[in-house]
Design a protein around this ligand. Structure first.
Ligand SMILES: C[S@@+](CC[C@H](N)C(=O)[O-])C[C@H]1O[C@@H](n2cnc3c(N)ncnc32)[C@H](O)[C@@H]1O
Length: 349
């Protein structure tokens, strides 16, 4: 069965959010079939460079074939973005001007026979991004207790019929395929169908758990801040509220100098802001784009910019070796600091 081509979401908005410039260095943490990557490479030429990461070895192959024109400007790696820092260090690819996360699954993965991501195509219940991962959706569906299934479906699918679905799943075991599972869920919820297919939320929940999606996102966001040069942009496109909540909270927290609970007489956390929010209001696709690409209708884009933390400036001024580990954009704040010191020695007292 041929797979549907993936239409990248909010490409222009993404390029603007990343502030892509000729000669810039970028990381696409969710390379997919390289829709965004190709646009970034085009806008950043001449001289642009892109590190593309994807957990799915199949999509990396497709992306490589699609980006042959940029062979000298790309580095494509099959890895999990939870290992972002290690990948950047391994390939000496930092600091960068921008990092993109376009979360979730591509249309191509959804519709490829055998992946088991969608209840619209009959396939074994797999849902792994990478075939080397140990646990499949079938393992969870057939081995977890009813209570654990109900918790997963409620927490990661935000499904109000979670207990009923979990009970029916346990009664119907073994469940081996996407069609079998979709039928079990339909039976569990009876006629109570809303706007979306009753299996949508349960499939989302299973995919999130199989791939540790939320934990990986939290880990990767923290690492991304370290890989950005000053004024580098962090752009995240999410597709459901659980992801978006993590991104929103992270960016808000990282844009504050103190994250102590309210009411404390003075700061005890010592937290320093590392990001500046660029869009206070979340960016969503235009009605015209949704008409062409309905799959992008739930997309939410958030963007923040790496700022210089005062402690980094102080450390760099005291210990020039501190910056030895960094390159390019990282040197700028030290130069500024030195310039400021020189200028202040000329100041009239
Ligand atoms: C929505 S698609 C990206 C589509 C891409 N922007 C394009 O234009 O073709 C999301 C991609 O992220 C990958 N992915 C999801 N979680 C990942 C993770 N933790 N590490 C690396 N890749 C991941 C998926 O395999 C999928 O290819």
């Amino acid at each position: 069965m041929s797979a549907a081509a993936h239409i990248p979401v909010m490409v222009q908005e993404t390029l603007e959010a990343l502030a892509v410039q000729p000669g810039g260095r970028y990381i696409d943490c969710t390379l997919g079939t390289a829709g965004h990557a190709a646009a970034i490479l085009e806008r950043s030429s001449p001289g642009g460079q892109l590190l593309g990461i994807d957990a799915d070895p199949e999509v990396v192959k497709i992306a490589r074939a699609r980006l042959t024109a940029y062979n000298n400007s790309i580095l494509l790696v099959n890895d999990n973005f939870a290992n972002l820092e290690a990948v950047c260090l391994k390939y000496d690819f930092f600091p960068v001007h921008g990092i993109l996360f376009d979360l979730g699954v591509s249309s191509m993965q959804f519709s490829t026979y055998g992946r088991g991501f969608s209840f619209q195509y009959d396939a074994p219940l797999d849902m792994r991004f990478n075939p080397t991962q140990e646990v499949t959706a079938a393992d969870i569906v057939n081995r977890y207790s009813e209570a654990e299934l109900a918790r997963i479906i409620k927490t990661y699918g935000e499904e109000s019929h979670s207990r009923r679905i979990a009970r029916k799943m346990v009664q119907s075991r073994p469940i081996e395929t996407t069609f079998e599972l979709a039928r079990v869920i339909e039976q569990a919820v009876g006629g109570r169908w809303g706007k979306i297919h009753p299996a949508t939320r349960t499939f989302q929940a299973l995919r999130i758990v199989v791939n540790h999606e939320l934990e990986n996102l939290e880990a990767a966001l923290k690492q991304a801040v370290h890989m950005l040069g000053f004024e580098g942009r962090l752009v995240v496109i999410s597709y459901h509220s659980l992801e978006d909540r993590i991104v929103k909270r992270f960016m808000q927290q990282e844009s504050k100098d103190c994250i102590c609970p309210p009411g404390l007489p003075r700061c005890v956390c010592g937290h320093k802001a590392s990001l500046r929010l660029i869009n206070k209001k979340v960016i969503t696709p235009s009605p015209e784009e949704i008409k062409i690409n309905p799959r992008g209708r739930s997309a939410k884009l958030r963007v923040a910019e790496r700022i210089t933390m005062s402690e980094e400036l102080d450390k760099a001024a005291e210990d020039p070796g501190f910056l030895g580990q960094f390159h390019g954009a990282w040197r700028r704040p030290v130069l500024l600091r030195k310039l400021r010191t020189v200028l202040s020695s000329f100041a009239i007292k």
